[in-house]
Design a protein around this ligand. Structure first.
Ligand code: COA
Length: 177
């Protein structure tokens, strides 16, 4: 079972107490602005089950992020194989989603740094990508703070041409030798 720790955060396995705050996050329009869907409470609970199932396979990590100081669930990070084909796949992607009250504290960058270190040192990955909808400046800013390099734009193949969320910015980080 993977458990990661940074200065202010713990990333651990899911537990029942995470369902409520995870569901609240997935129904918050400020958080879901750049997602093509929102999830109701039941769908969020099912999503956690799917995460746990997928994590049985090596290399799939979907981890809740806990604030050490309070024990609060503050969001999630993931490090997983990219689930579609594109010019940069096969590849591992990193992602993040935080509850609104925990934005602006450096937590997404801190959690992602821990996960990238794990990906390089324990999963032996050579590189990790991340991507986000062009307008999602906060997410691109996390990628830049992590030292990822901008690799251009692409159309997300999972979204139809008319969808305004289709165009994405791609970033990459390569393991130092
Ligand atoms: C994307 C997302 C995780 C970014 O959150 P964020 O709070 O902007 O990013 P961080 O947690 O890295 O915090 C960085 C900010 O904290 C500030 N900060 C405050 N205290 C800090 C500290 N001790 N250490 C580091 N940074 C700190 C930084 O200066 C920075 O502020 P700024 O945005 O005003 O420049 C968040 O906006 C989110 O969950 N969005 C919705 C979901 C989403 O779109 N996910 C991405 C899909 S691709």
């Amino acid at each position: 079972m993977v458990q990661l720790e940074t200065q202010r955060l713990i990333m651990r396995q899911w537990c029942d107490d995470d369902i409520k705050p995870f569901a609240a996050m997935n129904q918050d329009a400020r958080i879901m602005e750049f997602f093509p869907f929102v999830l109701n409470g039941e769908e969020s609970a099912q999503m956690i089950e799917i995460f746990c199932e997928r994590m049985q396979q090596p290399g799939f990590l979907y981890l809740p992020v806990i604030e050490k100081a309070t024990g609060s669930f503050i969001g999630m990070v993931n490090l997983t194989p990219v689930a579609f084909e594109a010019h940069f796949t096969p590849a591992f992607e990193i992602g993040w989603r935080l509850a609104f009250d925990f934005w602006g504290k450096g937590y997404a960058t801190e959690a992602a740094k821990g996960l990238i270190e794990y990906g390089f040192s324990e999963l032996n990955l050579g590189e990790i990508v991340s991507f986000t909808v062009i307008g999602n400046k906060r997410s691109s800013a996390v990628m830049e703070r992590l030292g990822m390099t901008y690799e251009g734009e692409f159309d997300h193949p999972g979204l139809p041409p008319e969808n305004p969320l289709r165009r994405h910015a791609l970033y990459q980080i390569i393991r130092a030798l």
